[in-house]
Design a protein around this ligand. Structure first.
Ligand SMILES: CC(C)(COP(=O)(O)OP(=O)(O)OC[C@H]1O[C@@H](n2cnc3c(N)ncnc32)[C@H](O)[C@@H]1OP(=O)(O)O)[C@@H](O)C(=O)NCCC(=O)NCCS
Length: 161
């Protein structure tokens, strides 16, 4: 992926950096992942995704990892699999910035659609995605494990990048 994913506003441009996720990032990535999600990915999930089938970017401010996203290339589409902002940094616009960066990367990759699934109970993420222009397409029943042998529906959302 050669496109530069940088929709950063002027004042912070010099302090913010984007870089593809590498194995060296995974200690910091896991620290955020485990505090930000009810059902975090494992280190192995990330390791398996660090290859050209995926787009994985880390967003840093003065070197501090703010968050990351990971998406999978499809045929003329991109599928967002994980987007996470460090809990202390949530609600400050970083999630929107990452979604805009992903949208830009998706356009450059020739994607017609950007897809995602989100837990039906993840009210906050649902609001964020709607604010950022995603529309609900359908519900996938019992898509996610939800503890004690229960399952949870996924809301499927999409955006034209
Ligand atoms: C979901 C997540 C990535 C969003 O990142 P964020 O940095 O907190 O979001 P932002 O501050 O950029 O907010 C983006 C937009 O959503 C809105 N928003 C943020 N939190 C909101 C809330 N609780 N209710 C309603 N709107 C909200 C913001 O106002 C903003 O809209 P605006 O730019 O038009 O004002 C982040 O909260 C997170 O990592 N959550 C835990 C992990 C997770 O659930 N990931 C998604 C799994 S599918």
């Amino acid at each position: 992926m050669s496109a530069n994913p940088d929709p950063t506003p002027g004042a912070e441009r010099d302090r913010v950096s984007w870089a593809p996720m590498t194995p060296d990032d995974l200690d910091e990535v896991m620290a955020i992942e485990q505090t930000a999600h009810s059902h975090p990915w494992t280190r192995g999930n990330f390791q398996d995704s660090l290859n050209p089938l995926f787009v994985a970017q880390c967003l840093r401010l003065d070197g501090e990892l703010l968050g990351f996203f990971l998406a999978m290339h499809g045929v003329q589409e991109m599928h967002l699999l994980n987007i996470t902002v460090a809990p202390a940094r949530q609600g400050q616009g970083w999630g929107r910035m990452m979604l805009e960066a992903l949208s830009l990367l998706s356009r450059h990759a020739g994607a017609q659609w950007l897809w995602l699934e989100v837990r039906q109970s993840n009210w906050r993420a649902l609001q964020v995605y709607k604010r950022c222009g995603f529309q609900q397409i359908s519900i996938r029943k019992d898509y996610y494990p939800a503890g004690r042998l229960q399952r949870e529906h996924a809301v499927v959302m999409s955006l034209k990048p």
